[in-house]
Design a protein. Structure first.
Ligand code: NAD
Length: 475
């Protein structure tokens, strides 16, 4: 059974009662599976006040105490992964094995923050005078407001919560209304792991109403958002007007560059499978495929073979390799990208349309002959549609890859160390993956540059956005 949905404020799960609510839809069947309460402004104020009261104690908690809670969360997450994953497949659509893996892999985020929380060091600055002692202290910023999206509901939320709590902050998190089960499961994990009431609060609501209220709230000191660049810019502007610090993990349109000295068939297979993870609804999905002319035909043949053989269906079916898109908006977006590409001379080699069955299913698609100014090459696709184009040399492909305002991830396949060195230096992206996929691990920094965001999550950088730097000088 899909779980009862609620808000989680000051350690209590709150049902709909007299609140407004929103239906939660299974994207594979279009059936209503649950009813989600939407927070009132009073609920938001209660959550912030609880987070602030909790902060006054939690900021003084020992790193060992914070670490113990995060470790216990990781342990419980692994135990509950089958159930949390199943509910995530029901409301988000991804295949069950991907949903369960999201939980087990992301348990590592809680563990990583448990480890790093014990290493939040300051420093001693050698002073100009022997009687003066100069220290740099790092202190938690306070109450954080976070906003997480529907594509990786468990992953995005546990990262932000672990970073805030590990640093000694407390948090009010607005989860994704369309895929709420995983975030509520996280609230239960933290409660069962012994987190004091008020340290973590989970709300849902009308996004613009919740964000404008929380960001303006004087007790909220920090804003963290993962989602589209358009919304990120709005929230960053609002945060700026209140002088609040931000972490922004935004959209991307990641180039995948395949040089003709690479193992071309292997690159095609790896990229095709990686592209269709979560039906392409991944901010770091490879989404503009540039293949050097000498390798183009071989790449396209293998890439298209893999893409067209993927089994699409309900994520709960064990044979499914790609589920539905998470909502109708993504299906409409795929239609618009394909129509624009065709109007500009693009050739749909495989797929190109939604399925006629019930559910938000769109065929994995490959489009060739797409000009660089087509929507498919300039707007983040966030779906299972891949443009494959050719290039001649390194300078040309770097200019084309760097042309967009996005700068999130990038992928390069080459056997040449010289080429690898050159592209990793010159690509304008927060992450460069060469000959494999290695981003998004707990111990590695994750984040974009340019319009793709500000700040990093994960790695040793992870607490930077949640700590104030205080200088102390003493005679
Ligand atoms: P959208 O721009 O309406 O929303 C994106 C996310 O922001 C959603 O989670 C939404 O609930 C939230 N949101 C929207 N308005 C908000 C507001 N005023 N305050 C706070 N949160 C708000 O688009 P969408 O149709 O939900 O998603 C599609 C686009 O979002 C994609 O094209 C993709 O670029 C982007 N996206 C990116 C990520 C990521 O991981 N970077 C994740 C999900 C979606």
């Amino acid at each position: 059974m899909y779980p009862e949905l609620s808000l989680y404020i000051n350690g209590e799960f709150l049902a709909i009662e007299s609140r407004r609510h929103q239906d939660v839809i299974n994207p594979a069947t279009e059936e209503v599976v649950g009813h989600l309460p939407l927070a009132t402004l009073e609920d938001l104020d209660t959550a912030v006040a609880a987070a602030h009261r909790a902060f006054l104690k939690w900021r003084n908690s020992s790193p060992l105490e914070r670490s113990a809670v995060l470790r216990r969360v990781a342990e419980l997450a692994r135990q509950r992964a089958p159930e949390i994953g199943r509910n995530m497949t029901i409301d988000q659509g991804k295949p069950l094995h991907e949903a369960v893996a999201e939980v087990t892999v992301c348990a590592e985020h809680a563990e990583w923050h448990a480890e790093e929380a014990r290493r939040i060091y300051g420093r001693v600055i050698p002073s100009r005078h022997p009687d003066v002692r100069q220290l740099v202290l790092r202190q938690p910023v306070g109450v954080c407001a976070a906003f997480t999206p529907w594509n990786f509901p468990f992953n995005q939320a546990i990262r932000k919560i672990s970073a805030a709590l590990g640093a000694g902050c407390t948090i009010v998190l607005k989860g994704p209304e369309e895929t709420p089960s995983a975030v509520l499961a996280i609230a239960q994990l933290f409660q069962d792991a012994g987190l004091p009431p008020g340290c973590l609060n989970v709300v849902f609501g009308v996004p613009s109403e919740v964000s404008s209220h929380l960001i303006a709230c004087p007790l909220v000191q920090k804003i963290s958002f993962t989602g589209s660049t358009a919304v990120g810019k709005q929230l960053a502007a609002l945060a700026g007007s209140h002088m609040k610090r931000i972490t922004m993990e935004l959209g991307g349109h990641s180039p995948a560059i395949v040089f003709d000295d690479a193992d071309v068939e292997a690159a095609a297979e790896k990229l095709a499978n990686f592209k269709l993870r979560n039906a392409g609804q991944v901010c770091v999905a490879p989404s503009r495929f540039f293949v050097q002319r000498g390798a183009y035909n071989r790449f396209l043949r293998r890439f298209t073979d893999v893409i067209s053989s993927v089994r699409v269906g309900n994520g709960l079916d064990s044979t499914t390799q790609m589920g539905p898109l998470a909502n109708q908006r993504r299906v409409a977006a795929m239609d618009a990208l394909i129509a624009d590409a065709k109007a500009r001379g693009g050739n749909v080699v495989v797929g190109g349309a939604k399925y006629s069955r019930k559910g938000h299913f769109f065929a994995p698609s490959v489009v060739t002959n797409v000009p660089d100014d087509a929507m498919l090459m300039t707007c983040e696709p966030f779906g299972p549609v891949s443009p494959v184009v050719s290039f001649d040399d390194l300078d040309e492909v770097l200019e084309r890859a760097n042309k967009l305002s996005y700068g999130l991830s990038s992928y390069v396949f080459t056997d040449s160390a010289k080429t690898a060195h050159s592209v990793s230096t010159r690509l304008e992206a927060g992450m460069v993956n060469i000959n494999h996929f290695g981003s998004a691990l707990a111990e590695t920094p994750f984040g974009g540059i340019k319009d793709s965001g500000i700040g990093s999550e994960g790695g040793t950088e992870t607490f930077d956005g949640y700590l104030n730097t205080k200088f102390v000088t003493q005679l």
